[in-house]
Design a protein around this ligand. Structure first.
Ligand code: MLT
Ligand code: MN
Length: 312
């Protein structure tokens, strides 16, 4: 299985269009060791020809332009794509807005939980993807699904989807229910396991996760690769950097550091490669010369970047 991170930043990307924080400034200025990143998306292929995307970011046009494997191939029809299907891990803008850029009556399949499909159905702009041409299929959670293209041909990619602690998309939050996580339900945010040819050859893609509990630790044990929510380094980072008022917990994202963070939470769990993705523009690890970048690497984690490949 071939896996490629085509977008390693969180919503907004890096630099974010309106961000004047030191990291976005450094990325804009081309400072060495501060690489720009596009918004959250992953590509996977069983045969190197047909690809399944995990999330469709607002930067998808740029991501396809930067990724030869995702472009129409020499000798293929005048209108064609190697993208066979798109699996959505939640309904956040950074994970679904790119669907609108794929609106040229080109067949592919969309897979998501019933809640996320309901969000697409409720927003008629997504009908630019005619469901007759771009079928929408429900991912059962928990459950395993063979991902097929629009015509029902196998892609060779099989996923196991399951709910993780998280939050409903920002634009769907119910402000009257702060005690109920703003109306979030199981399945608003999911993890996917890309099922390998052997049990040891699986990769997990979890770009959003609010907590690590024993159930998740047990599921991840023995994985070849984990691509995990790296939104923030510290829970209050948006506040201390002066760009926002929300904690990571409020946004449904666990921090990397601290006693309740992901590094500590997954310490000792046998996982061959652990890679952070969905990295927010306030996260100090984006500067390769930072102490935080060094600390994350010393803890056995890699910092994902656009174009990073994993072979399983
Ligand atoms: C998130 O990951 O929390 C969302 O992408 C935030 C957003 O919708 O901008
Ligand atoms: Mn996001």
């Amino acid at each position: 299985m071939h896996i490629k991170i085509i977008g390693s930043a969180a919503g907004g990307g890096f630099p974010q269009w309106n961000c004047n924080y030191r990291l976005s400034r450094a990325a804009r200025d081309g400072v060495a060791g501060v690489q720009p990143r596009t918004q959250s998306s992953l590509a996977a292929s069983a045969d190197g020809h047909g690809w399944v995307l995990f999330n469709a970011s607002p930067d998808i046009r740029q991501q396809i332009a930067a990724t030869a494997q995702l472009q129409p191939q020499t000798g293929s029809p005048l209108r064609s794509t190697p993208i066979r299907a798109i699996v959505l891990t939640n309904g956040d803008v950074d994970h679904i807005a790119g669907l609108l850029s794929l609106r040229e009556r080109q067949p592919f399949a969309i897979y998501a939980t019933s809640q996320v499909l309901a969000a697409l159905d409720a927003n008629s702009i997504f009908n630019v993807l005619d469901p007759e041409i771009v079928p929408r299929r429900t991912l059962d959670i928990p459950g395993e699904t063979d991902i097929e293209d629009a015509e029902g041909n196998a892609t060779g990619i099989r996923v196991e989807a399951f709910a993780v602690p998280g939050k409903i998309a920002l634009y769907l939050e119910d402000a009257r229910r702060p005690d109920a996580n703003f109306g979030s339900d199981e399945g608003d945010t999911i993890a996917v396991r890309l099922v390998g040819d052997t049990p040891e050859n699986s990769a997990f893609y979890i770009p959003g996760c609010a907590r690590i509990d024993n159930a998740l630790r047990n599921r991840l044990a023995g994985a070849a690769c984990l691509l995990f929510d790296g939104t923030l380094y510290t829970d209050d980072e948006m506040i201390t950097s002066g760009v926002g008022t929300k904690t990571g917990a409020r946004m449904g994202h666990i921090a990397m550091s601290g006693k309740t963070g992901s590094i500590a939470g997954l310490e000792g769990v046998p996982i061959s490669r652990r890679i952070f993705v969905h990295i927010n523009n306030t996260n100090p690890v984006l500067d390769e010369s930072s102490a935080e970048h060094a600390a994350v690497q010393a803890a056995g984690w890699e910092i994902g970047f656009d174009g990073m490949e994993v072979e399983l």
